[in-house]
Design a protein around this ligand. Structure first.
Ligand code: NZQ
Ligand code: ZN
Length: 385
């Protein structure tokens, strides 16, 4: 196991009816607030009115940044920063999915920074300060509610990068608010959660039995609850289990003492920067192919994955056979829940493979399980066609 330091200051407020905790939080952070949300789903399912009622009861002056896009754009972040500065806002409340939360994080670190917030995403600067941020999550997927990451797209340059920004001070997670998530977005959330576990599970770090078993528990729980939720979208327990899994998959728990990978996320971000496809859909296409490309780097790890997560019967089979069966079952699971498994499912052909490969390695080779350069990425994308 590697050395590590763990700190996660986000207060997680989880369960039915927990929105009521918002009132007390307002008193801690101030009355002048920027409310950030997406394309209107929160208005359609009634959450907007509930949040506004609590803000009004507490005497807040609310300024709104609506219309945050899935794959949130830098131009929208700039608007939010300008509004906060003009109106001298004290804190930010993000209500929505990962895109809304990520845009709010970018605004939070952008307001006190003298340069362009994009500097943080291109590694020119690191955030030193941030406005306080609270979130009400409506989609189980990214883990943004309990981590420092923010992923933003610069649509003018077609670049999509993630960076470390600021932890939410608090996040309210009521699984009932995910009942209305459409089937395709529910599937993408499932794929993203599994992908976050894969990025941290496929590691060369030795002697990590607890980390491995926590990761396997999350994967098994996601797999068990996936079909349950797709058959019955208003099943509270299934939604709650998926929501808890997505938070636990990317709140730092799995990375403790482990060398993590993240190459597949860099590749997916390049694809969605150019084609604006949903993140989870890109991952379900690319991950099984990344696995096929790298599994020989650590066969015992892939054998363990196949045996423990997919219950592959390994009697009499070689490590390689077992590993490949585990990878095939991963892809079959994605297909079974209706996730895309080839780039052509989004109408993407081989026209821009060079561009994508180049965009996926903007700061040098990616990944630690196997270091990948542009040629490796092109090959993985070719396998994903
Ligand atoms: O915009 P609205 O109208 O709210 O609709 C959204 C959006 O169209 C809708 N939605 C959300 N909650 C809903 C709902 N519809 C009905 N009922 C609800 N309760 O779902 C659509 C997708 O929302 P989005 O926020 O884009 O999805 P997700 O949470 O999957 O976030 C994806 C973004 O997060 C980034 C991705 O790259 C992508 O940009 N990531 C962020 C990470 C992080 N901060 O740690 C890590 C991830 O790996 C990922 O890269
Ligand atoms: Zn992800």
């Amino acid at each position: 196991m590697n050395n590590f330091v763990y700190r996660n200051p986000t207060e997680l407020i989880f369960g039915r009816g927990q929105l009521s905790a918002l009132a007390e939080k307002i008193n801690q952070h101030g009355k002048r607030v920027l409310l950030v949300y997406g394309g209107g789903s929160i208005k359609r399912f009634g959450l907007y009115d509930k949040v506004m009622a609590i803000l009004a009861e507490q005497g807040c002056e609310v300024f709104e940044l609506a219309g945050v896009e899935p794959n949130p754009r830098l131009s929208t972040v700039h608007k939010g920063i300008a509004l906060c500065r003009e109106q001298k806002l004290e804190w930010i409340l993000a209500v929505g999915g990962g895109s809304v939360l990520d845009a709010a994080k970018a605004i939070a670190v952008g307001v006190p920074y003298a340069g362009d917030v994009w500097d943080f995403y291109t590694r020119k600067a690191k955030p030193q300060e941030a406005l306080p941020l609270g979130t009400v999550l409506t989609l189980a997927a990214t883990g943004s509610e309990m981590n420092k990451s923010s992923v933003i797209t610069n649509w003018e340059t077609r670049e999509k990068y993630g960076t470390s920004t600021t932890f939410p001070a608090f996040s309210i997670l009521d699984p009932e608010y995910t009942f209305t998530v459409p089937r395709d977005q529910t599937v993408y959330g499932i794929c993203d959660t599994l992908a976050h576990v894969f990025e941290q599970y496929f590691s060369h770090t030795q002697e990590i039995p607890l980390q491995s078993r926590i990761a396997e528990a999350i994967m098994l729980t996601v797999i068990e609850n996936a079909e349950r939720v797709l058959q019955d979208p208003e099943n509270y327990d299934a939604r709650a289990n998926l929501m808890y899994c997505s938070t636990m998959a990317l709140n730092g728990t799995l990375a403790m003492g482990v060398e993590t990978d993240w190459a597949t996320h860099s590749i997916e971000h390049a694809v969605s920067a150019v084609y604006d496809i949903p993140h989870g859909g890109g991952l379900s296409i690319i991950f099984p192919n990344w696995m096929k490309y790298v599994y020989r780097e650590n066969l015992p790890r892939f054998r363990q994955f196949a045996e423990r997560v997919w219950q592959v019967d390994s009697a009499g089979k070689s490590d390689e056979e077992v590993a490949l069966e585990g990878i095939a079952r991963t892809r079959a699971f994605f297909e079974r829940i209706g996730a895309p498994v080839r780039l052509r499912d989004y109408g993407i052909g081989d026209e821009q493979l060079d561009v994508l490969a180049h965009k996926a390695v903007p700061f040098g080779p990616i990944g630690r399980f196997k270091k990948l350069d542009g040629d490796d990425v092109r090959e993985i994308l070719r396998m994903s066609l």
